[in-house]
Write a protein that binds this ligand. Structure first.
Ligand SMILES: *Cc1c(COP(=O)(O)O)cnc(C)c1O
Length: 411
């Protein structure tokens, strides 16, 4: 069966809960053991002193370690990503920071694609830096040979431990070539006999439109706040990967206490039932809006993966690793804050807010909002101009969205 068919019931049996067709919310902190022997055995497994026997179920202990709502959600998230396992978190940032902390130690080096999500950028360049983790950022137009040469010159290559990629980049929609993972992995093995972890933030295109696991990513991170939930009513995160790669992350999560809460997990599980139809409708609306914007005289440039205007190299990457351009559009109008604000303040149906991937369409001004932290010169050099608008397309009627944009552009 396809993942969308599994989203209604996978990992849950109504017999466990009085025939309830949906899992109840297990709003409990702790679980009663049938016997002291059971309690001992559950702890042995939870703390890794022994592994599960064939057909043995992991025992419920305490909701920081495990909870049925978290477990059902994690099983479904793994199905969606076609991964062995997943770990659910209270936010996307806790998923990303816990993943980095589980693998990066003082002295290690992490390579990361730029521009990355603001919170991730801050975590790498401030917190990780302070504890002695080195980092080197790279742009979408740097190919493997150039990047390898640059890192080698810094004399840091033997310390390389992780490559972290976010593609498409926010808000420019530039694609980073995922083949760089395979290239780094094999060259590190050959030259330093060293294995590295590859992590991809798949929030923008996953799980429907991009499959980083097929490009040798070990771990795929999400802000589940965005498309996975799709209703702008919770904050959550997730990491997917093989059992061995997920284990240290789950262990650290237990001690940082950054696991998802039962009610949040329940809400997110409910959202996953409609993920496929929501994203499909968002994509359909987006294609219509892109066409409208491309033809509008007040619109200077439209940034959307797969468009010919993104350039030949970008389109080569697009054909290889994307199944769709997604539901995020960036476009420029006259290059001034005044024009951009006029447009944003004139929108009626589309809401002026950050965040993305939800049922309702949202628009914002990256230059002064999500990316305000980046120095102005750097912003301009990576394509974040004052006339740039970022639009997250929802499931409203496409024509209504177009009419809303048309009246705002007119103003
Ligand atoms: C929103 C977002 C995050 C952070 O997730 P939170 O759920 O807000 O903690 C990380 N990466 C990307 C690409 C995002 O859009």
């Amino acid at each position: 069966m396809k993942p969308e068919s599994h989203m209604m019931s996978f990992g849950y049996n109504p017999d466990w809960s009085e025939g309830s067709v949906k899992p109840p919310i297990f709003q409990t902190s702790t679980f009663v053991f049938k016997t002291a022997e059971d309690g001992k055995r559950f702890f042995e497994v939870a703390y890794g002193k022994d592994s599960l026997k064939k057909h043995e179920q992991i025992g419920l202990i305490y909701s920081r370690i495990n909870n049925p709502n978290m477990q059902i959600l994690e099983e479904r998230l793994a199905v969606l990503e076609e991964a062995e396992e997943s770990a659910a978190f209270e936010s996307g940032m806790s998923a990303i920071s816990t993943t980095m902390l589980a693998y990066l130690k003082p002295g290690d080096l992490v390579l990361f694609s730029k521009p990355t999500y603001g919170g991730t950028h801050h975590f790498i360049n401030n917190f990780l830096k302070e504890i002695g983790v080195h980092s080197i950022g790279f742009n979408h137009d740097e190919n493997f040979e150039v990047l390898w040469g640059r890192v080698k010159k810094n004399n840091h290559l033997d310390k390389l431990k992780m490559i972290y990629i976010e593609t498409p980049a926010n808000p420019t929609n530039s694609l980073i070539d995922l083949d760089i993972i395979k290239q780094f992995k094999s060259k590190m093995l050959k030259e330093f006999n060293k294995e590295i972890k590859a992590v991809v933030d798949n929030t923008y295109l996953g799980p429907l439109w991009q499959k980083p696991i097929n490009f040798e990513a070990d771990l795929v991170c999400y802000s589940a706040t965005k498309f996975l939930n799709g209703h702008s009513d919770l904050i959550a995160g997730a990491v997917m990967g093989d059992h061995e790669s997920i284990l240290p992350i789950k262990t650290l999560r237990t001690f940082l206490g950054s696991m998802i809460a039962p009610y949040t997990a329940w809400l997110l599980t409910r959202s996953l039932e409609t993920l496929h139809i929501r994203m499909t409708q968002q994509e359909k609306n987006t294609i219509e809006i892109v066409e409208f914007l491309q033809e509008h005289s007040k619109v200077k440039h439209v940034f959307y993966p797969g468009l010919e205007s993104m350039g030949a190299k970008q389109n080569e990457i697009y054909k290889k690793q994307c199944l769709s351009g997604g539901a995020m559009i960036s476009f420029t109008i006259e290059d001034s804050e005044e024009s951009a604000f006029k447009l944003l303040n004139s929108l009626k149906l589309i809401k002026l807010a950050v965040s993305l991937g939800s049922n309702e369409s949202l628009a914002q001004h990256p230059y002064s909002m999500t990316h305000t932290d980046i120095p102005n010169e750097e912003k301009k050099s990576i394509g974040i101009s004052e006339g740039l608008i970022r639009l997250s397309v929802g499931i409203e009627n496409a024509n209504d969205l177009i009419q809303d944009l048309a009246q705002a552009l007119e103003k």
